[in-house]
Design a protein around this ligand. Structure first.
Ligand SMILES: *[C@@H]1O[C@H](CO)[C@@H](O)[C@H](O)[C@H]1NC(C)=O
Ligand SMILES: *[C@@H]1O[C@H](CO)[C@@H](O)[C@H](O)[C@H]1NC(C)=O
Ligand SMILES: *[C@@H]1O[C@H](CO)[C@@H](O)[C@H](O)[C@H]1NC(C)=O
Ligand SMILES: *[C@@H]1O[C@H](CO)[C@@H](O)[C@H](O)[C@H]1NC(C)=O
Ligand SMILES: *[C@@H]1O[C@H](CO)[C@@H](O)[C@H](O)[C@H]1NC(C)=O
Ligand SMILES: *[C@@H]1O[C@H](CO)[C@@H](O)[C@H](O)[C@H]1NC(C)=O
Length: 522
């Protein structure tokens, strides 16, 4: 980092009444500009900006929260709902009788790397970081994805059953990464969270001795065939994992059938993977995983198939879910966002939903900075915040019920990652300064996670004319309406929101901004 990028420190007032830039209060963003287009907010043990808990004003008033490339971060506004139209050329009308899916939740992954980074901070700063995601004043994360044993975001290669030939899994043991790092942090997050966290487990690779390759990495599948001893042992491994975590009072909402099964079919794949075709995944569920979970104390654990890129849909889902012997054990379909540009949402997510409406779609992984053309951490990139919001809105508008980010925290280099597959994260930790930076992507996720409570129902939005605004609307269980709007465009058009029965809300989505508008209806 050169001197030129060090540093404009700007304090951005979040008060909508003062208007000026004065006096950083306890809730204000300590903005730092690293020269990537926008700012990050710096936090330490005693100071961090916070949106606080959001109490809705009475019917007839609305709240708005704005984040922008110019530097606003969840800046709160409040106003009165009008009885008459403002005459704006663009009107977004909420259509409550068009009802779609219900929201499960939003979150991120407690990888080994995330845990290492969080624990590299002082105790007070660790707590501050966890509060940002999980506490009532934070952004209401309710989903935590937990890798089962090592993945690329680990510092070594391991599984929980590395003694060769241990088909009965007598030597199954959690790693120190689990018992000393991830579990204590998840327990702290759970203690801070006002709601039970929904834990989601994904495995990258089976033990090497169960695999055709004899290795955790590269192309390889389980030896033998579904119903055979390796496939049975691999299903038993899931039950053992759930048993071990239960000893720490952590129970899982869901398990996936394995992270990115297509990776394990690729020659020389550089990190942990386990190959399945849709056919072998289907048959493993029928003969091994389904019966093993069903017969265990974890029969209520949701089973999510795919856990891989949406370009594999609808084919993957058709192969697995068309067989009722597999389908009866399955609840949902997990998608990753990589390569989304290659396949339109309607063709993949939309088609899958229309063929199998009773299975939920769920975003299980996404991150910025993964592409070789745009690699690693970029402190303050607004484009990446837009990429998140665009993808979340597109997913939500195609029946997806939640969205899980990748690593909850990474270091300044986007790691650690044993295979140097460095990427970006919404929270970047600077261990030396004992601070962390909340990236624009943190706020982008917050525009959804903070406001779309579990059980929120997506409803229709109709636009009076074509516009560049992207949006998605919801009615929450408490009756409040939430509209999230992304403006990536360069055109200037003020607009209004119409909610029949309540009235008109005049709005102006600032340049390059994300806006959440919320109002009570009862
Ligand atoms: C934390 O940050 C605040 C705001 O910049 C600063 O006033 C305070 O001294 C910092 N605390 C520590 C322990 O560095
Ligand atoms: C709303 O429109 C009606 C009909 O045009 C008009 O009579 C009324 O005065 C308007 N109300 C306000 C508050 O402007
Ligand atoms: C379990 O581990 C111990 C110690 O490494 C080893 O002696 C034993 O053979 C292992 N058991 C199995 C079933 O692999
Ligand atoms: C286990 O977790 C539940 C729900 O999170 C909590 O109510 C209970 O107190 C916990 N029990 C222990 C022993 O920590
Ligand atoms: C895979 O790795 C081997 C050994 O390093 C190499 O010989 C081979 O060319 C690689 N194959 C591909 C398709 O990259
Ligand atoms: C969207 O952003 C552009 C600039 O990028 C701005 O001119 C325009 O006013 C914004 N759109 C709306 C609807 O406010």
């Amino acid at each position: 980092m050169g001197l030129t990028t060090l540093l404009f420190v700007v304090l951005i007032g979040t008060s909508t009444t003062s208007g000026g830039m004065c006096c950083a209060g306890k809730d204000d963003c300590l903005a730092r500009n690293f020269g990537h287009g926008s700012v990050v907010c710096e936090c330490n043990a005693s100071h961090c900006d916070s949106v606080g808990s959001v109490k809705l004003p009475p019917v007839g008033q609305f709240l708005s929260f704005l984040s922008s490339k110019a530097g606003s971060r969840l800046v709160r506004g409040q106003g009165t709902v009008l009885q008459n139209s403002t005459g704006a050329a663009l009107r977004l009308t909420i259509v409550p009788y068009q009802k779609y899916q219900r929201i499960k939740g939003f979150g991120g992954a407690m990888t080994d790397a995330a845990a290492i980074n969080i624990l590299s901070l002082s105790g007070g700063t660790q707590d501050q970081l966890l509060r940002q995601y999980f506490a009532p004043e934070g952004i209401a994360y309710s989903v935590v994805r937990v890798p089962m044993a090592s993945c690329d975001f680990s510092t070594r290669l391991y599984t929980y059953a590395d003694s060769a030939g241990d088909y009965s899994l007598t030597n199954f043991t959690l790693s120190a990464e689990d018992t000393e790092m991830k579990i204590p942090l998840i327990q702290k997050a759970q203690a801070m969270s006002p709601q039970p966290l929904s834990l989601l487990a994904s495995a990258w690779s089976a033990p090497a001795w169960m695999k055709t390759s004899g290795a955790l990495i590269g192309k390889g599948t389980l030896k033998g065939h579904p119903g055979g001893k390796e496939y049975k042992t691999w299903a038993h491994y899931y039950v053992r994992f759930l048993e071990e975590y239960r000893k720490f009072n952590l129970s899982f909402w869901a398990v996936t059938t394995g992270n990115e099964p297509s990776a394990g079919q690729m020659t020389n794949y550089s990190f942990q993977a386990l190959g399945f075709t849709p056919e072998t995944q289907r048959d493993w569920v029928i003969m091994d995983l389904g019966p093993a979970l069903h017969a265990s104390p974890f029969a209520d654990t949701r089973v999510i198939i795919l856990d891989d890129n949406r370009l594999l849909l609808p084919h993957w889902a058709k192969v697995v879910l068309s067989d009722v012997r597999a389908a009866r054990y399955i609840h949902g379909i997990g998608v990753h966002w990589y390569l989304n540009k290659l396949v339109p949402a309607e063709l993949s997510l939309g088609t899958t939903h229309h063929v199998f409406p009773e299975y939920f779609l769920f975003g299980t992984e996404a991150c910025a900075g993964w592409s070789p053309l745009d690699r690693g951490v970029k402190l303050g990139s607004w484009e990446r915040a837009e990429d998140y919001a665009h993808d979340i809105i597109e997913d939500l508008n195609h029946y997806v019920t939640g969205w899980t980010d990748w690593n909850l925290a990474l270091d300044l280099g986007g790691g650690p990652n044993w295979v140097k597959n460095f990427v970006d994260s919404p929270i970047i930790v600077d261990e030396k300064k004992d601070v962390f930076y909340k990236q624009p992507t943190f706020y982008s996720l917050a525009h959804f996670s903070k406001f779309l409570l579990e059980g929120s129902l997506r409803v229709g939005v109709s636009s009076s004319k074509a516009s560049a605004l992207e949006s998605s609307a919801f009615i929450r269980p408490d009756g409040a309406v939430v509209l999230v709007i992304l403006n990536r465009s360069e055109e200037h058009i003020p607009f209004e929101i119409w909610y029949p029965e309540v009235g008109f809300i005049p709005m102006d989505a600032a340049a390059r901004s994300i806006l959440t508008v919320v109002w009570a209806t009862q």
